[in-house]
Design a protein around this ligand. Structure first.
Ligand code: PRP
Length: 202
């Protein structure tokens, strides 16, 4: 039996569909229920649907053997897990954005709003730039509009959110995509089962 933590939402569903096609689908009557744990018809796989930002915690603690998570979460929280495959989906980037026409003054402390304080801190440390971090949990784009921050460090996928709020990217931080991660002990003791799932996802 192998336990898989999937992120609730489009990406998790995409990965689940691949696994279902590979024969790991769960029994039909489970689909519309409110259960949180689902087993594949052959009993070889258990799925947990969790909040995307919690996937790495389930895997690190060993409650799940493997999980599906964005590189952004791995960079921000540095969980003690193995990153075993780039699933090449959920591609986007971490970027710095500001109001159109924003002019930076490198002599003043930069106010940075973000959901990813560790990523932002590391990025600006490398640039030797003093910043004041404003940690938000969503709708980050509002911060520069309301003059609460100078810039934001956030995920940009299509660029629509920035465009519709009169903001634009001023620097790229790093590319992001969805990764398959494994618990360290599980990867030792269930390597064969994990590698089989990995192969099916290729
Ligand atoms: C993310 C991100 C941006 C948006 C980027 O937010 O924080 O706001 O998606 O996507 P785009 O470039 O395709 O417009 P999310 O949808 O996770 O919501 P949030 O604001 O609540 O974090």
């Amino acid at each position: 039996m192998i336990n898989i933590a999937l992120p609730k939402g489009r990406l998790g569903e995409k990965v689940y569909e691949k696994l279902a096609k590979a024969g790991y689908g769960y029994v039909d009557d489970a689909v519309d229920s409110r259960k949180l744990i689902f087993q594949s018809a052959d009993g070889s796989v258990s799925y947990f649907w969790v909040k995307p930002s919690d996937v790495a915690i389930y895997v690190e603690k060993g409650a799940a053997d493997i999980g599906v998570v964005g590189k952004d979460i791995l960079l921000e929280y540095s969980p003690d897990v193995y990153e075993i495959m780039d699933l090449n989906i959920g591609k986007c980037k971490m970027a710095v954005a500001a109001k159109n026409g924003y002019k930076d003054d490198s002599l003043v402390t930069l106010k940075v709003a973000t959901k990813f304080p560790n990523i932002a801190k590391e990025y600006y440390e490398k640039q030797n730039r003093d910043i004041e971090l404003i940690k938000l949990n969503g709708s980050i784009e509002l911060a520069p509009i309301l003059k609460m921050s100078d810039v934001i460090v956030d995920i940009v996928e299509t660029g629509t959110t920035l465009k519709e709020n009169d903001l634009s990217v001023i620097a790229d931080v790093c590319p992001i995509s969805t990764r398959l991660i494994a618990n360290k002990a599980s990867y030792k003791f269930k390597k064969e089962e994990i590698d089989t799932v990995k192969e099916k996802l290729k």
